[in-house]
Ligand binder design. Structure first.
Ligand code: FA5
Length: 351
């Protein structure tokens, strides 16, 4: 008779079973059942329950261990014992299932509690960015010019002296060059000082009549103050047609100014000198206490047209270049140009 020490035997004598297998073995079975039922009932997680399932009912589990005792019993004892073991096995299986049901219900209830969404709580407002006042200005200016029939073309920020100055009728040693003090990258290349540089780049490939504009960053090596920065933005537009006149230029600029600054804006044109226009004007808009210069303009100089292969006796054109940074300054009363470039959110959030 095998004596197993794995199970503490309890003094619960069996009386009802005939024929009667070895009391010790039957004791082990009873002990196993009692212990297993208690532990299953006490399991408080599905994980623990799975471990118990393996421990008691698994292929190498304790019930299977008792089954292996069958060969040690007498042939008469075997059927009774076998039935008892099967009975225990069925009871434990049922107990496991019942406990699993309870724990699953707990689990579901807990998840429902934890993952509950209170739809009555106020929502979180996502932080939405805003467009920079300069971006807004670029878009508006581009919209106006497209509406007036101009086509947008981009040019490089690192520009050739030939386009930034020479093609625009600047004479070497002329004081006009000093006015656009430049950042040179090499002997020939510089950071463009004016978007007007695009004229010489694109006009040779164009057949008049045409209307072009460009918009972008410019750079000048000059003292920074409230209205001047080393980096700023310009829009340049130019038109070449059979009979373009200064009146067309003024009409175009006045229309733009009304769109940008309101119908009652006062625009001032005063004679000015730029080597690439003749005559040339300076454009200013009236602010409450002063005038603010926003750009220059004029009729394209015959030398510029000739340089790109356009006959100035047959064609004429106008051109204007406006500083874009000063526009939001005028519109929103921003007193210092540097505020536009500091990216201080307290400033930018106001737009
Ligand atoms: C020019 O740059 C000419 N290319 C404009 C032009 C185009 C004239 C076509 C005729 C025909 P000016 O140097 O004045 O001109 O500059 C034009 C505008 O750019 C100025 O009125 C100003 O609004 C802006 N600007 C110039 N320098 C700066 C700077 N350092 N900081 C901010 N804005 C500037």
């Amino acid at each position: 008779m095998a004596k197993s020490t794995a199970w503490p035997s309890r003094p619960t004598p069996h009386t009802s079973l005939t024929p009667h297998p070895d009391t010790d073995t039957m004791d082990q079975l009873t002990t196993l059942q009692t212990e297993a039922e208690a532990r299953i009932a006490a399991a408080d997680s599905l994980e623990e329950l799975s471990q118990q399932e393996v421990e008691f009912l698994g292929r190498k589990g304790k019930v299977a261990g008792l089954m292996r005792l069958i060969p040690t019993l007498t042939p008469e004892e075997r059927p009774t014992f076998g039935q008892r073991v099967n009975g225990v096995k069925n009871r434990l299986t049922a107990a496991l299932e019942a406990r699993r049901g309870v724990l699953q219900a707990h689990d579901t209830a807990r998840r429902l509690r934890e993952e509950a969404v209170d739809v009555t709580r106020p929502g979180r407002v996502p932080a939405v960015g805003r467009r920079h006042p300069l971006t807004l200005t670029f878009e508006q200016v581009a919209d106006i010019l497209v509406g007036l029939g101009f086509r947008q073309v981009d040019g490089p920020e690192v520009e050739d002296y030939a386009y930034n100055f020479a093609a625009l009728n600047f004479q070497e040693e002329h004081p006009a060059l000093d006015e656009q003090a430049s950042f040179y990258v090499t002997e020939r290349l510089l950071l463009r000082t004016q978007t007007t540089a695009l004229q010489g780049r694109v006009m040779p490939a164009l057949t008049p009549p045409f209307r072009i504009f460009t918009l972008g960053r410019c750079f000048r090596y000059e003292a920074v103050d409230e209205t001047h920065y080393h980096t700023f933005h310009q829009v340049d537009a130019f038109l070449v047609d059979r009979k373009a006149t200064l009146a067309d230029l003024k009409g175009t600029l006045a229309a733009m100014a009304r769109e940008l600054f309101g119908a009652d804006v006062t625009v001032r044109f005063r004679p000015d000198y730029f080597p690439f226009v003749e005559p040339g004007v300076e454009i200013a808009v009236k602010l409450p206490h002063r005038w603010m210069e926003i750009g220059g303009a004029g009729m394209i100089h015959p030398n510029v047209l000739r340089h790109v292969g356009i006959d100035p006796t047959e064609w004429s054109g106008f051109a204007f270049g406006l500083g874009l940074d000063r526009m939001p300054m005028v519109r929103y009363g921003i007193r210092d140009i540097r505020l536009l470039f500091e990216n201080d959110l307290r400033m930018l959030r106001q737009f």
